[in-house]
Ligand binder design. Structure first.
Ligand code: NAP
Length: 252
């Protein structure tokens, strides 16, 4: 039997794949790396190591998985807007006595020239955006975008990675399917082409999709920014490098 320690990464954010790739490269046969995906993205980019797909059945199901699979270490790299999994991970890790780390990238912070209006959720964002202008460029998930389709008084363009599960297009409600990274020049060109009055987004953080904020700043557009859900319990780190350091200290 192999002496490798077993790491389970809960995927969902792009850092999960970078972490799996780096952990396999750095720790080699000393670490058996498995990434778990919820299965929402049709064609996820495969991380190094093994991959499993689908829910565990709540915190109890995850705790049972940690025990059955003899997982030694758990890193929760689900998306900053994942509401349930970070809490399930904390509860399951405690129940199964498995050390857990939350990897959650830093949120974006407004710069001096930015006009950001914070919103609690998509419904709040819609109301705030509608008060600022009629032409909205929206980068929220398919489910969150659904309520924007129900406003014929607005002209809405929604950008998604995949349009599965999104409401149907109609005059005044358009979908764009695109996966980042995006650059500032093309984001600015898109906002100008759409003649957007407002950018509606959520505070995902990271570099891949930050160019729209720079473009909005350059054009003087207001940004309605949905704030993150409450952070999962500590310990937390913001970078893949810090997560690798945690792994190294646990494996030492
Ligand atoms: P969620 O509320 O935290 O998760 C809902 C349920 O999906 C969980 O209870 C769990 O089912 C299952 N699940 C989530 N992550 C999983 C994983 N890595 N492996 C196996 N099962 C997982 O998250 P969500 O907002 O519905 O998002 C679903 C997935 O998409 C997450 O992995 C998230 O990181 C990712 N994502 C979310 C957003 C967003 O804005 N919400 C954006 C980009 C990516 P069980 O209880 O049955 O285990």
């Amino acid at each position: 039997m192999s002496n490798a320690r077993r790491l389970l990464i809960l995927g969902g954010a792009m850092e999960a794949r970078r972490l799996a790739d780096a952990a396999v490269a750095q720790f080699g046969t000393a670490l058996d790396v498995e990434t778990s995906l919820a299965g929402r993205t049709r064609q996820p980019r495969a991380p190094a190591g093994r991959v499993r797909v689908g829910g565990f059945g709540g915190a109890a199901g995850l705790a049972a998985y940690l025990r059955d699979q003899r997982i030694d270490l758990l890193i929760d790299a689900t998306h900053p807007f994942a509401r349930r999994m970070p809490w399930n991970a904390a509860e399951a890790a405690e129940a199964a006595c498995v050390p857990r780390l939350r990897l959650e990238r830093a949120p974006w912070r407004p710069e001096a020239q930015d006009r950001w209006i914070e919103a609690a959720d998509a419904a709040d964002a819609l109301e705030r955006a509608a008060g600022l202008g009629r032409r909205l460029f929206v980068t929220l998930g398919a489910q969150e975008a659904a309520r924007f389709a129900e406003r014929p008084d607005l002209d809405v363009t929604v950008r998604l990675i995949e349009t599965d599960g999104a409401p149907a297009e109609r005059p005044g409600f358009r979908l764009i399917a695109a996966r980042g990274p995006f650059d500032e020049a093309s984001e600015r060109a898109l906002l100008e082409q759409l003649r957007a009055d407002v950018l509606v987004t959520k505070n995902s953080g990271g570099r891949a999709t930050a160019a729209k904020l720079a473009a909005a700043r350059a054009l003087g557009l207001p940004v309605v920014m949905v704030r993150r859900p409450p952070p999962a319990p500590a310990p937390r780190v913001e970078t893949v490098e810090a997560a690798l350091a945690w792994l190294a200290s646990r494996l030492a």
